[in-house]
Design a binder for this molecule. Structure first.
Ligand code: GAL
Length: 447
């Protein structure tokens, strides 16, 4: 019963959000392009590749995600091509719904799941998004036998398998690991201004002040979708608390009035003083463009931005753009993992498993991830397929302390995240730290 109530609450929350942003989401749900005004995105738009095997649910396999448009779709398209080569008899429909971090896709998915009309398989973050939204509501099939048959049990890090498991059952297959605590920067801008990558919050704020004085926007932000700001805040929290206490915060063992959390809110506020004025009208790609054009120096973005810089904007890693760990989080790794599972009630179970098999294979992961900017979830992937950013990140992941992302569904339930995004959004405009922390605490009490 509790599960059902939780599920209904999540749905309600998602509908509320969908209703607030209905103008945007309507166009995006049809696979429309979100990056208005960008030259480089038009060519990818409108789902050209989206229905290679038919439309309107006629395909054998409907793959649901939010990977459409620049910086998002290249990896998925390559994975689908590989799948189609291996399975020419199975028709695929790419049912992607635009909007970063699943802003619109999650609402569409919730409606479909509630109406017992699940896609054949869908993108879902490892952790609470999978477990609390779908596993708890009994909407996913266990994949333990599949893992055994495919020999996958020792092919993913144990922590990751734990994140997609509940009560001994495994519910999805991770395709990647993205890192969230990265700052990408324009190397010429740093060089021209004699700036070195800052390691501490103080250094960051000092560098930001220098850049500001030189007439460069220090930090690019595009929080038309609120998750981009939530992402900055979670990284400040990780830096201020360290990985153990960061986890304890989401577990409810540390209060939001803890002095380090209060301090983190203050640092977040100071950072926001250095963002571009038009942040509220940009999405993540638009804001990343400010960095590529040299109008802004830095951006905190998950490393899907690396895929965007390299593949869509033709920038060279360590020549045109560099990267460093978010201040005070060196040695930590904010984990974001995209996974796919088998929803209950789909008719074409075998075909879904064929897709999960390709997605979980070395070849599948090494086809997808170099384009996506992420590292493979598998521990035995071929590192020669990755550039310097990729190999560096693979190495960091092995050594690092792992932390689950709030903004990308791992640390808390979808219902909590929705409220957190709202609270952060209000904070960005009003700057009231007390109100932000109170809202986060209240939302937790309501869980
Ligand atoms: C994340 C997702 C990434 C990327 C990003 C921007 O939630 O895990 O794969 O797509 O959103 O949309």
């Amino acid at each position: 019963m509790k599960k059902l109530i939780g599920f209904t609450a999540v749905l309600l929350m998602i509908f509320m959000i969908a209703a607030c942003g209905s103008d945007d989401s309507e166009s995006e749900q049809s696979g429309g392009e979100e990056n208005a005004g960008q030259e480089d995105t038009g060519e990818n738009a409108e789902g050209e590749e989206e229905a290679s095997g038919g439309e309107g649910g006629e395909a054998d396999l409907e793959i649901f995600s939010w990977w459409t448009g620049a910086g998002e779709e290249d990896g998925l398209n390559a994975l689908i091509d590989l799948f189609e080569e291996e399975h020419p008899d199975i028709s695929v429909e790419n049912a992607a719904v635009a909007g970063g971090a699943g802003t619109n896709a999650k609402a569409v998915l919730a409606t479909r799941m509630q109406g017992d009309d699940p896609p054949s398989t869908f993108q879902v973050h490892a952790g609470e998004e999978l477990n609390q939204s779908w596993v708890a509501a009994d909407k996913m099939e266990p994949l333990n036998d599949f893992y055994e048959e495919e020999g996958l049990m020792d092919k993913f890090p144990e922590e990751l398998i734990d994140m997609v498991s509940q009560d001994g059952n495994i519910y999805s297959v991770p395709v990647n690991i993205h890192r969230g605590n990265v700052i990408f920067y324009n190397m010429s801008v740093f060089e021209e201004n004699g700036i070195e990558p800052p390691e501490t919050f103080d250094e960051f704020l000092q560098v930001a002040e220098e850049l500001d004085a030189a007439g460069v926007t220090p930090l690019a932000l595009g929080d038309k979708e609120a998750w981009t700001a939530t992402q900055i805040f979670e990284n400040v929290l990780l830096g201020a608390l360290g990985p153990e206490d960061y986890q304890a915060l989401w577990d409810g063992d540390i209060a939001f009035d803890d002095e380090r959390v209060v301090e983190a809110a203050g640092i977040f506020k100071q950072m926001l003083e250095y963002v571009n004025e038009d942040h509220a009208s940009r999405n993540w790609q638009d804001s990343a463009q400010l960095v590529s054009e040299g109008e802004a120096a830095m951006i905190n973005m998950g490393d899907w931005a690396k895929g965007y810089f390299s593949n869509d904007l033709d920038m060279e890693v360590n020549e045109d753009f560099g990267y460093f760990a978010f201040p005070e989080t060196e040695g930590d790794f904010m984990v974001i993992s995209d996974t796919f599972g088998l929803p209950s009630g789909v008719e074409n179970e075998d075909q879904v498993k064929e897709f999960l098999s390709v997605l979980g294979s070395v070849e599948g992961q090494d086809t997808f991830n170099p384009l996506k900017g992420s590292i493979p979830a598998r521990v035995d992937a071929d590192e020669s397929k990755y550039d310097e950013y990729g190999t560096d990140t693979i190495e960091d992941f092995r050594e690092a302390n792992l932390a689950p992302s709030l903004a990308h569904g791992s640390a808390a339930s979808e219902g909590y995240l929705t409220k957190a995004n709202q609270a952060v959004n209000i904070f960005v405009t009003q700057g009231d730290a007390e109100r932000l922390l109170e809202s986060l605490e209240t939302a937790r009490a309501e869980e």
